[in-house]
Design a protein around this ligand. Structure first.
Ligand SMILES: N[C@@H](CCC(=O)N[C@@H](CS)C(=O)NCC(=O)O)C(=O)O
Length: 226
């Protein structure tokens, strides 16, 4: 891992990220969407760099991402997104309307609390070691399918989708949905025909420049770019 000074160069935040991490992917989308230029610091999860004592000062949970912005150190993608929203209000990620705002938090939370933590690297390693080699694959599929069913139904029930998940503007829900859908398709090979709204949103995300620049294989630590 590259050196880890405590503070980022003034005016330019530093993102600690792993190319394949969906949580890092969220932070990259939020930064790109807000038009914030940032320095990329790779943390190799497969080499265990998230446990480096220096990195623990940035994220005591031993997780990526972490954002260092002057003397602000933020070790969670949700907190990073809200920090960016406060510091760079335009373009907004959260709507003014309380109901729509709550819906954005609900969808983002389903991803960040109800799907991703259940198939985190730590969890998958535990399942493969304690339950059986390869068992983590069907576990991951189940967790994603359960969450996607909930989000697909929720979006349809609320009738809120426009071009993006909660309307015609990119919002917080999209920042969380895009990496989860991308990973589900590319890595877990989820059949998206069961989730027509999410499948359509995926196409929109893949066409949006801020989302394109945040894609895993476009990152400096992606194997294809080294
Ligand atoms: N709630 C945290 C979760 C972060 C997280 O789970 N990061 C994963 C990558 S997506 C990680 O660093 N995993 C490393 C590990 O499990 O050892 C966030 O949203 O930032």
């Amino acid at each position: 891992m590259a050196e880890m000074e405590g503070t980022a160069k003034a005016g330019r935040p530093r993102l600690y990220s792993y190319w394949r991490s969906s949580c890092s992917h969220r932070a990259r989308i939020a930064l790109n969407f807000k038009g914030v230029e940032y320095e990329y610091k790779a943390v190799n999860l497969l080499k265990g760099e998230q446990s480096d004592p220096e990195f623990l000062k940035l994220n005591p949970m031993k997780f990526v991402p972490a954002l260092v912005d002057d003397d602000a150190v933020i070790g969670d993608s949700y907190a990073i997104a809200l920090y960016l929203e406060d510091k760079f209000p335009n373009p907004p990620l959260l709507p003014q309307d309380p109901k729509k705002k709550a819906l954005n938090h609900q969808i983002a939370n389903i991803v960040s609390s109800g799907i991703q933590p259940l198939h985190n690297l730590t969890v998958l390693r535990f399942i493969d070691q304690k339950i059986g080699a390869g068992e983590s694959v069907s576990w991951t599929q189940q967790q994603i399918e359960r969450g996607f069913t909930a989000i697909e139904n929720l979006i349809q029930l609320k009738g809120c989708a426009g071009k993006y998940a909660t309307g015609d503007e990119v919002q917080l829900a999209d920042v969380f949905l895009a990496p989860q859908i991308f990973a589900a398709i590319e890595r877990t090979k989820i059949d998206m025909s069961n989730y027509p709204t999410l499948a359509r949103l995926h196409d929109e995300y893949m066409a949006h420049p801020a989302f394109q620049a945040a894609l895993p294989d476009r990152q400096p630590d992606a194997p294809s770019s080294t």
